[in-house]
Design a binder for this molecule. Structure first.
Ligand code: FES
Length: 367
């Protein structure tokens, strides 16, 4: 990193003032900011002062800018010494700022610096002819084309010690030079083997409006398909009206049989059960919406299984049926259940447990 010190007193001018033209320009810059915020114009004014003074900022120029903006001198000095874009010492006609930050460093900036050191001497000094001076600076934002250097207002990229040497020769001789990449690549395109953006139509303007044309064509296709679908639907509706098909009487409805045909109802009404063989043409029992016994006709009302009790959960949290000896509810009209059908829970004991085992030892009631 370069030392940021003011030039020696011997180099400093005794006074500094903007030319009338630059003073007018400075007023325009200051007027861009609201009242009380004139300090925001400090960088443009320092830049103009440097330009006017041959490319570097003397102390008197820094103080003149501070006075014009109503700022303490030290505040403007802080700005001028922070940014390397402000040269604090005299520079050559061509001021070379070489980027030394990592991307440029790994791509060859060290060789560039060595070449400049060999040719011009240490950084910050002007060559005897007053043509060149150089300085190492931080990233200048052209890392994709590293290594690079800024010479006065222009960037020169993809440099090698040889190409930078030729460049300096041309500048010193007043010959035209190529700004930007010195290897000929456009902008920041890949260094070798360009494989993308090769289509000329991307750049000749022939694609302008192409997306609109494509959307219009797709819209027309969609409209045509929609019209064709509408025609087909219309034709189908007309055909259906002219030639209706007979619908089945039960089409779309649940198949039902009269409740009076149910065996339980017939039994309740004192009628004989229906002979299945004679029930041909009636709805199949398994398809009936009325409960029908699958085992045969029922002759009397009552429970249809050996169990005449329904169970209810003993604890809503458990959701398990209770023992049949308590909490059970008889079905309405059912006969009392035979004793063998009821259990006391003893059959739930694990296999291998001695029935004589009365439980863990301990005090017995009354014992
Ligand atoms: S690192 Fe050199 S330009 Fe960014």
């Amino acid at each position: 990193m370069a030392n940021r010190r003011l030039a020696p007193v011997s180099e400093q001018p005794e006074r500094f003032a903007f030319t009338p033209e630059n003073a007018e320009w400075a007023k325009g810059q200051i007027a861009k900011y609201p009242e009380g915020r004139q300090a925001s114009a400090v960088i443009p004014l320092l830049w103009k002062a440097q330009e006017q003074h041959g490319g570097w900022l003397p102390r008197k120029a820094i103080e003149a800018v501070a006075d014009q903006l109503g700022m303490p001198h030290i505040r403007v000095l802080e700005v001028a010494t922070f940014y390397t874009m402000f040269a604090l010492e005299p520079v050559g006609r061509y001021w070379i700022q070489v980027c030394g930050t990592v991307p440029c460093d790994v791509c060859g900036a060290r060789e560039l610096k060595q070449m400049l050191h060999d040719r011009l001497g240490p950084p910050g000094h002007v060559d005897p002819q007053g043509t060149f001076s150089w300085l190492e600076v931080e990233c200048l934002g052209a890392c994709c084309n590293a290594p690079m250097a800024q010479i006065n207002h222009d960037y020169y990229e993809d440099l090698t010690p040889e190409s930078l040497g030729r460049l300096m020769d041309d500048l010193a001789a007043g010959r035209p030079v190529r700004v930007g990449s010195q290897t000929g690549r456009t902008s920041s395109e890949p260094k070798d083997a360009v494989t993308t953006l090769q289509d000329e139509t991307l750049f000749d303007g022939s694609r302008v409006g192409a997306w609109r044309k494509r959307f219009e064509e797709e819209g027309l296709k969609e409209t045509g398909a929609e019209a064709a679908r509408g025609e087909a639907e219309k034709a189908r509706t007309e055909n259906a009206a002219a030639d209706p098909k007979p619908a089945k009487p039960t089409a779309g409805r649940a198949s039902e049989s009269p409740a009076a045909a149910a065996p339980a109802q017939r039994a309740a009404d004192g009628q004989a059960p229906v002979d299945p063989a004679a029930a041909t043409g009636q709805a199949a029992p398994e398809r009936s919406t009325v409960a029908v016994s699958r085992t045969g006709p029922e002759t009397e009302p009552g429970p249809r299984s050996g169990r005449s009790y329904t169970t209810t959960p003993s604890n809503p949290d458990e959701g398990r049926p209770v023992a049949e000896t308590k909490g059970s509810t008889r079905e309405a009209g059912a006969e009392p259940m035979a004793a063998p059908g009821r259990t006391d829970g003893s059959q739930a004991k694990p296999v291998g447990v001695d029935p004589a085992d009365k439980g863990p030892p301990g005090p017995k009631p009354g014992g």
